[in-house]
Write a protein that binds this ligand. Structure first.
Ligand SMILES: Cc1cc2nc3c(=O)[nH]c(=O)nc-3n(C[C@H](O)[C@H](O)[C@H](O)COP(=O)(O)OP(=O)(O)OC[C@H]3O[C@@H](n4cnc5c(N)ncnc54)[C@H](O)[C@@H]3O)c2cc1C
Length: 398
């Protein structure tokens, strides 16, 4: 008599079709075609969307190798090394190596880290000796005269996170990965694996499951225990500009700017990018005095659907136009997002029970490095440990 079950058992199910989940699926499916990714598509209309949201609904995420933390540099560098191959294999272009300018008070620890990173990892960079030198290299940009700056040339720049996910999924699907566009409501561990239940009541069996549900990792019964994650509201503004302004700003790099302002902190800015509505926008985001910490699914949904993202608009507009003083803006609008922080400031890539793993906690910095994070998760699930060069300790749940 056959003892085979009469249902299909996946080797791996990845929960979350986001930046980390899609990368993990691509790497998992290199070893076996028996992989499924379960996660919803981007909602077309936020207001009527009943489910979860993501932190990647955008056209630009800064990518750079130099960081204040060597582990972040290592994550980014390996990911950046994969961009060209992934673009070529998928036929999807997502990387714009326009460079990245870092501007901060001269006492910022970044400047000493630059030397360390550059020496350890052989990264190119340019330190501007004066604000005049910076202005010559970046004539459209204005910063406080006493602020120091470092320019990291290509491959730093930005990636399109939506296109990156498309690229990861296209390759993963070509390797046999099944895509199920649903929200998972429960993961029930069993001695042999886990049972994964979706919102529509579908049930899937798997030998191993990876929870990569971003800001929403704690809000359904996906994990045996809640992860120590903190989720913050994040506001960006989009300045719509004309084609002639786009041409004028040709060569503008991505920017990270440690602004000295009473209500804003840590500005990031992207050069003009075309959005799905056909218009071009300069995007700026930052921490603001109005940011809130959210816990429940309802709080996160309320923020994404109708949160008061315009409250910081005036200060953010002023900051954007201070950096780009000649910019002719046709209109401003605000956008809402969520940033998920871990206790140690690195993503959690860990095993939580015999067949259940996590990759989550982007700390506002993981888009650029998501390929490496997915690779680490896949390696841990398949080999029981991290690949050489990365230590598990730095990524464990605390
Ligand atoms: C405004 C903003 C600017 C940023 N800028 C940068 C930047 O310049 N550079 C950079 O490197 N990083 C940046 N980041 C961070 C980066 O976008 C995140 O770190 C990254 O998106 C995290 O990837 P993730 O896979 O963990 O989450 P996500 O990309 O959010 O993916 C999680 C996925 O899980 C799905 N999901 C959730 N719950 C469930 C469920 N129950 N069942 C099934 N699926 C589920 C969601 O639909 C989503 O698709 C920024 C973030 C924000 C918000």
């Amino acid at each position: 008599m056959s003892t085979q079950p009469n249902y299909h058992i996946f080797d791996y199910i990845v929960i979350g079709k986001g930046l980390m989940g899609s990368a993990a699926a691509r790497y998992l499916s290199q070893m076996t075609s028996n992989v499924a990714v379960i996660g919803p598509d981007e909602p077309e209309d936020f207001a009527s969307h009943p489910g979860v949201f993501a932190s990647h609904y955008d056209q630009g995420r800064i990518t750079r190798q130099i960081s204040k933390d060597a582990i972040w540099s290592q994550l980014a560098m390996r990911a950046i090394d994969q961009y060209a191959d992934l673009q070529q294999r998928s036929g999807i272009h997502f990387h714009e190596p326009v460079g990245c300018l870092f501007v901060a008070p001269p006492t910022d620890p970044y400047f000493s880290q630059v030397l360390d990173t550059a020496e350890r990892f052989n990264v190119d960079y340019v330190v501007y000796g004066s604000s005049a030198e910076r202005a010559t290299a970046h004539p459209h940009l204005l910063f406080p005269e006493q602020f120091a700056s470092v320019y990291e040339p290509a491959p730093a720049g930005y990636i399109n996170p939506r296109e990156l996910i498309q690229a990861q999924m296209k390759v993963a699907r070509a390797q046999g990965t099944r895509l199920i566009s649903e929200v998972v409501t429960a993961v029930t561990p069993t001695p042999q694996g886990a049972i994964v239940t979706t919102e529509s009541g579908q049930v899937y069996w798997t030998r191993n499951v990876l929870v990569a549900a971003g800001a929403f990792s704690n809000v359904h019964a996906l994990l045996p225990e809640k992860l120590p994650l903190r989720v913050k509201t994040e506001t960006t503004i989009l300045a719509r500009i004309s084609a002639s302004e786009v041409a004028r700003l040709q060569g503008m790099p991505s920017i990270v700017y440690m602004v000295d302002a009473p209500t804003l902190d840590k500005i990031y800015m992207l050069p003009p990018i075309q959005y799905p509505d056909g218009n071009c926008y300069v995007k700026m985001g930052c921490n603001t005095a109005h940011d809130q910490w959210l816990i429940s699914l309802q709080e996160m949904r309320d923020w994404m659907i109708s949160g008061e993202s315009d409250v910081a608009m005036a200060d953010m507009q002023a900051a954007l136009t201070a950096v780009l003083p000649e910019l002719k803006v046709e209109s401003f609008e605000s956008r809402r997002c969520l940033v998920t922080y871990t206790t140690h400031g690195k993503p959690y890539v860990d095993q939580v029970s015999e067949h259940v793993y996590v990759a989550t906690g982007g700390n506002g910095s993981s888009a650029k490095s998501s390929d490496t994070i997915g690779w680490l998760a896949a390696h841990l699930m398949q080999m029981g440990d991290f690949p050489t060069g990365f230590k598990r300790e730095g990524f464990r749940i605390q």
